[in-house]
Design a protein around this ligand. Structure first.
Ligand code: NI
Length: 173
């Protein structure tokens, strides 16, 4: 399976609200896209990857917080909708569209998300800790929100400075 190209911030597609996945998408190679996104995510060493990150402005993402160890954690969420959030966690976060940037970010501790699976069946997930962080981060991508937007102003400025430096030396495309 071919690996997809992951786009880096501030590529326009990362900053747009993505379009809902429709029945025509299910009929036209959605499963193929999802397979390629899993392959690309595993290859890049990530635990989540949203379609806008591979240049596709559609509301879907793949995640596996076990890094391929536990098949039950490998899941594709199509048209995700956050039903509820609860509590708080503060921990390190990264993003495949921000290579080399890891920063502590506040997120809710628990979330319930409703979505369609690759067969078009409605499902719900009730997750905490890292999977909750991942669901919230990836659902943000579907809304054109990146984790830079979730950082404290000080951490955001530090991240911006690092990105500018990497852009200057050509290490950030
Ligand atoms: Ni991300």
């Amino acid at each position: 399976m071919p690996l997809l190209r992951i786009v880096n911030y501030p590529e326009k597609v990362l900053l747009e609200v993505a379009k809902p996945v429709g029945s025509e998408d299910f009929a036209n190679g959605l499963r193929h896209l999802v397979d390629d996104m899993f392959e690309t995510m595993y290859s890049a060493g990530g635990v989540g990857l949203a379609a806008p990150q591979v240049g596709v402005s559609k509301r879907l993402f793949v995640m596996d917080c076990s890094g391929g160890e536990d098949p039950s954690q490998k899941v594709a969420l199509i048209n995700p909708e956050i039903l509820s959030v609860e509590g708080e966690q503060y921990g390190d976060e990264g993003c495949l569209s921000f290579p080399g940037i890891y920063t502590k970010v506040h997120r809710e501790m628990r979330t319930v998300v409703r979505f369609l699976d690759v067969s078009g069946e409605e499902q719900e997930l009730d997750v905490t800790e890292l999977p909750a962080r991942c669901v919230l981060h990836e659902t943000d991508h579907c809304d054109g929100i990146v984790f830079l937007d979730r950082m404290s102003p000080l951490k955001r400025e530090m991240a911006r400075r690092k990105i500018r430096k990497l852009q200057k030396t050509g290490e950030w495309e």
